[in-house]
Design a protein around this ligand. Sequence first.
Ligand code: C2E
Ligand code: MG
Ligand code: MG
Length: 689
Amino acid sequence: MNPEFRVLVLEDNPGDLRLLREMVADAGEMRFRLSAVTRLMEALEVLDGEPYDLILADLNVPDSNGLDTFQSLHERAPDTPVILVTGNTDESTALAAVAHGAQDYLVKDGLDARALTRAMMYAVERNRVEQERRHLVAILEATTDVVWTISPDGQIRFLNQAGHATLGLRPGASIDQVNLMDHFAAWAARLVREEAIPSAIRDGVWLGETALLGPDSVEIPVSQIIIAHRSSSGRLLFLSTIARDIRERKKAEERLARLAHFDALTGLPNRDLFRDRLTQAMQRARRHDRLLALLFIDLDNFKDVNDTLGHSAGDQLLKEIGRRLEHCLRSQDSVARLGGDEFTVLIEDLASIEQLQVVLDKLLHELSVGVPLGGTEVFVTASIGATLYPIGDADTEALLKQADAAMYQAKSNGRNNYQFYSHELQIRIAQRLALANDLRRAVERGELMLEYQPQVDVVTGSVTCVEALVRWNHPRDGLISPAVFIPIAEQTGQIGAIGDWVLRAACRQCGQWRAAGLPKSRISVNVSARQFRLTNMVQVVRSALADARLEANALELEITEGLMMENLNAAEGVLRELKEMGVTLAVDDFGTGYSSLAYLKHLPLHCLKIDRSFVRDLPQDADSAAIARSILAMAHHLNLSVVAEGVETQEQYDFLVDEGCDAVQGFLFARPLSPSAVEELLRKGSVLR
Ligand code: C2E
Ligand code: MG
Ligand code: MG
């Protein structure tokens, strides 16, 4: 069933009204329900009461005339179309009313039913369409998205309020002169022109991200959709665009990307991002035949800072280190934090290895400068491994491993230094790894053994002390020197168990010799710095002595300068306890460490062992002679006895005796020996020839 339209008729002439009614009744399908009033005031009242779909009005009624009549009606019901029904003489007024918004006018003379109802239907329909259009426009104007349409020739036809605001136009300003392309970021304008519009025209729609230029030319990233609108015959009518500001989303995406690619603490790139950058840098290095250096940096004593000053101090330290690294490098170099206290650096376009060395020296220096933390100044150093590309044909992974391996080499070279990766290093590292694995079981499988090297008193010629030297009888590789496996044991922490075993075995051996009634000699045992830190030396020594039923004064411990320097305060306490127990203490390899004389006076020492390297070139080498002399003079001044290591020749021996050395140890008298060979020597008494 067709809808029924409500029509308000304002007509004071009863004849005319009747005529209208008759004509409308003839209309047929379309049904109009007419309500008639004769005065304007009545009409206005009725309009207040209920909505009408159409108004038919005579302009001249008893209480109003001419244009005023229309205007009053239109004001009261602006959304209701008005058709004026006028006499001949009113035609010019009716025309004016149409200009003011009336839908149409009809002249009473000659009016027929068909013309009337067609005009009424048309007015109602047109009004409906207009209302719909207004609703749609209202939506477009209310949305915060930017909406515009352009004609096929690129001329802008419509721009909503949000569009005006975003493009920096006054509300309602004319858009005739607006060139939309001027309002895109340059890259986005190119994208829209070359890709978006052509593909919207081709496919009907294009969707993508572009960027508009807001006021002050701020780039506003937008998600943009372009739709091509066509007539039913397929002719392109216009293009519409909706662009949504995605600044917030972009920011969130950036935050996520930062989280995924950057270290939260230092703000430096993380492992993933660094790997990408490394891969790209390697490509560039290959393509342009340029040298690239990869550095692996590990702080030497970060753990101490964390343990003693707490994690937040540790964090602050890491931040500062990150800053310093960046500061030392050029802006095109890249620094990353891999985690913990591990950093990496990429240096591209290196001119030479010398240039890299300059950078490395600078890095070591910068990092070693004190960092003010929690009221004190903290000193850290770093071990740096460096590898170069494209020397060799490593991939990303291999290059990282190389730098890592070189860094470990720097660590075992005493820290606070840098090492370059080399092939030999790689082999050494591989062997080292295998040995470290085997070493894990060496103690329990009984693969360790001790040899003993006598120290001979230069006055009596008797053996006063024997030094226990550990050997590893490897099932496949044969005898392995402690110089090889002790550093590995120190790195892996196995030195604790090994040192323990050595101490017990040596004490037991000495106890056996004594029990056998051999001339009394002491036993000296080497203790490494790491072992000292890892284990409770006092307890370990006490238990080893007790097990061997050995008096404490039969035991001498050989410690290195490094141990005392690294942790003087902690070491001092333990050394004192040991001394009080009766154990004697010797400084091994004297002269090779960071010699500070202060501790010699400070610590409860008994003996200095001049390092083999100073004995080797005696007596010809003037420097060695001077060093040996001054060590002897100083030691005696401090009441310390001196043992010279590595004495191989009579000349060396004579020189040392002349200068007042107390005892000697070396191949001249005996190599490290088996227990039975030592027994023989002890039994003989004097070994002096
Ligand atoms: P060290 O304590 O300075 O031991 C002396 C080293 O010099 C021994 O090497 C010994 O064989 C060697 N030597 C002795 N006389 C001569 C000589 O006349 N000429 C030459 N060229 N060398 C001589 P070894 O046994 O290879 O031990 C090397 C280092 O390994 C030791 O140096 C010591 O620092 C360490 N070490 C050995 N045993 C142990 C141990 O049980 N624990 C720890 N922590 N370190 C040990
Ligand atoms: Mg020694
Ligand atoms: Mg030594």
